[in-house]
Design a protein. Structure first.
Length: 105
């Protein structure tokens, strides 16, 4: 399952790259990416990087989301074992989702 918001733009190869990664790394349940922030007048004003290693991702759960929601792809069969995005945890419902997925893989 891939996430993207209606006002986001993704690279043309994002989905293929993420599918390939998950196919070649069966022990991973979620994959994400960096985001480039821009405005109507600025083509790039910031790039946000996220942790790459399993250890760094799990450490970041304690303070920030280790992924940007519109960059992620996760395995549907694993996602179905979670509670999904819970409004109880809003505005950190995404962090709760990553924690659930991480506890399963």
């Amino acid at each position: 399952m891939a996430r993207i918001n209606q006002d986001d733009i993704m690279t043309p190869r994002r989905l293929a790259q993420q599918v390939r990664f998950l196919e070649t790394h069966p022990d991973h349940v979620v994959v994400g990416g960096a985001i480039q922030l821009f405005t109507a007048t600025e083509s790039e004003f910031d790039v946000l990087q996220f942790p790459l290693s399993d250890e760094a991702i799990r450490q970041q759960w304690m303070t920030l989301s280790p992924y940007s929601d519109p960059t992620v792809m996760y395995r549907k069969n694993v996602w179905l074992k979670t509670e999904g995005y819970s409004q109880f945890f809003w505005p950190a419902d995404d962090v709760h989702m990553w924690y659930q997925l991480g506890s399963l893989g």
